[in-house]
Design a protein around this ligand. Structure first.
Ligand code: IMP
Ligand code: MG
Length: 184
């Protein structure tokens, strides 16, 4: 999609405004702060899409915590479809044994990526392992996974902005938009 010139030509509509996102993220941060009081929390951000969510969320978390990053890739075929094959691109820097791990994700679609991550992390014996996702595309779920914190349940549309990319671009938008359906 080298023909991308400006966002307007790819934006169908704004799904979540900056204000809606920030209000909800503050609520999530407050809940997490209560739930993890007195625990050694590690926020595990899934790169790259979860980065903006992590940095805003952690500013609303009042309990001491660490952060770490993992990069996995499940999209190898095209921009908007999954291959169903998950690959670790970057592992965690430190062991997670006896830590309370909260995975911070941008979006759960089929659930394949997170179910793979859970299977990989469980044998490392964390004290607990939970999931916080900003967006939940529940209609597309093919693998059941427990999601503990959800920002927004959204319909099955391709979205971008606020960490989520459209062909690696537009992650910097402060809102989330629905992408126009490409012409066949
Ligand atoms: P899953 O394995 O099908 O749950 O896919 C999860 C990953 O697919 C997310 O972490 C995103 O990187 C990507 N993804 C799924 N839906 C969208 C979308 O609407 N926009 C951008 N990326 C998406
Ligand atoms: Mg992601």
């Amino acid at each position: 999609m080298s023909s991308i010139i400006n966002v307007d030509s790819y934006l169908d509509e704004i799904l979540l405004t900056e204000e809606e996102l920030q209000t909800r993220i503050a609520e999530l941060g407050a809940r997490i702060s209560v739930d993890y009081k007195g625990r050694n929390l590690l926020l595990l951000c899934v790169l790259k899409g979860g980065v903006l969510f992590l940095t805003d969320l952690m500013r609303h978390i009042t309990v001491p915590h660490e952060i770490d990053f993992m990069a996995v890739s499940s999209y190898g075929r095209g921009v908007r479809e999954t291959t169903g094959v998950v690959r670790i691109v970057k592992d965690l820097d430190e062991p997670i044994e006896s830590k309370h791990i909260l995975i911070v994700e941008d979006i759960i679609d089929s659930g394949v990526t997170l179910s793979y991550l859970l299977q990989l992390l469980m044998p490392r014996n964390p004290a607990s392992l939970k999931i916080c996702t900003l967006l939940n595309k529940w209609q597309k779920r093919t693998v059941e996974i427990p999601v503990d914190y959800v920002g927004f349940d959204i319909e099955d549309k391709f979205v971008f902005g606020y960490g989520l990319d459209l062909d690696e671009r537009y992650r910097n938008l402060s809102y989330i938009g629905v992408a126009k359906v490409p012409a066949e």
